[in-house]
Design a binder for this molecule. Structure first.
Ligand code: ATR
Length: 300
């Protein structure tokens, strides 16, 4: 293939995959295989195990082998951005990419995590717990966010994009919140840093609570927080999807609040990737969600 040809211009199956280490447990192949079948597209999506040491070599190898691109998961999102020739503005700000598209010999980087997060709040078929009091106009209210690690960044970017006026962030290590302030600079979103001990009180008046800490994940302690201060129109999001029902989401549902699990974000972040490589914007269907739920439950 010459550098002017794109994989799509050839009449051979389009190839893509997911780079990570470990990548064994990734559900992304299930998602993309479902869509390839649904739209009758000849293509493939494979697990591409890559250590940090081999990452660049493997990516260049995929370009040479005519792949359309790849998704990137931990621990390579920063390396993927650094390697790319081009990136959109949001990705350049985050300095982390989960989508690579190979076009005309160049590597394009994007970050679709924030898109996936916003779409998962939409109240679509993958909605984990619709509640009639939920205010669809949640972005007009302050948002409370727990955690200041890598996973918080794309979400903060998305919240800024949604026009949230005030972002209250609480993290065990308070100083880390300062490293996130740049994401709101020059925007109408104000960040306030809240001490970890004051996390319950910061929920007053918030339209949304998002947990981006690792608390509540399988094998981790539960997140300990009282939801008493959250208004009844608020939604609670846990970006974790293993387990699907975290103690936080159970507590939210018990209070009658809208509870959104992390599977919606996983499914929706895959949409722009599929569209970029295979040329069809795919639909996140209830059947797809159920397929992944069954797999997460160990039955798939
Ligand atoms: P990720 O990239 O998934 O965000 P990370 O960068 O390791 O992972 O961040 C994990 C987040 O969970 C951090 O906000 C971390 O708080 P610290 O910054 O204080 O480390 C938070 N976290 C992990 N264990 C925690 C615990 N036991 N109590 C409170 N917060 C915790």
């Amino acid at each position: 293939m010459t550098s002017r040809e794109t994989p799509n211009s050839r009449h051979t199956p389009v190839k893509a995959g997911i780079l990570g280490w470990p990548v064994k447990h990734s559900r992304s192949p299930l998602i993309h295989d479902y869509w390839l079948k649904m739209y009758g597209i000849e293509g493939s999506y494979e697990k591409l195990p890559a250590t940090a040491e081999d990452f660049e070599k493997i990516v260049r190898g995929l370009v040479d082998a005519g792949y359309a691109g790849a998704n990137v998961t931990a621990p390579h999102k920063e390396a993927a951005f650094a390697l790319a020739d081009l990136a959109d503005a949001r990705t350049a700000q985050l300095k982390a990419a989960n989508l690579l598209v190979f076009k005309d010999g160049a590597i394009h980087a994007s970050n679709t995590d924030g898109y996936g997060f916003l779409q998962s709040l939409g109240g679509g078929p993958d909605d984990a717990g619709f509640n009639k009091n939920w205010d669809k106009n949640w972005s007009a209210h302050p948002v409370a966010l727990l955690g200041a690690g890598g996973a918080s960044r794309a979400i903060i970017g998305a919240l800024v994009e949604a026009g949230v006026p005030e972002l209250r962030i609480s993290n065990r290590t308070l100083e880390k919140i300062d490293t996130l302030r740049f994401l709101c600079e020059g925007t109408p979103t104000n960040i306030s840093a809240v001490a970890w001990d004051d996390r319950a009180a910061m929920l007053e008046g918030c339209g949304l609570l998002v947990n981006t800490t690792s608390l509540g994940m399988s094998g981790q302690p539960a997140l300990d927080i009282s939801l008493d201060h959250l208004p009844d129109f608020a939604a609670v999001v846990d970006i974790v999807y293993a387990p699907l029902q975290t103690p936080l989401l159970r507590a939210a549902a018990l209070k009658g609040l809208r509870a959104v699990d992390g599977l919606g974000m996983l499914l929706h972040q895959a949409v722009p990737s599929f569209a970029a490589w295979f040329g069809v914007k795919p639909e996140v269907t209830p059947e797809l969600r159920q397929l992944i739920v069954t797999n997460l439950e160990g039955k798939g």
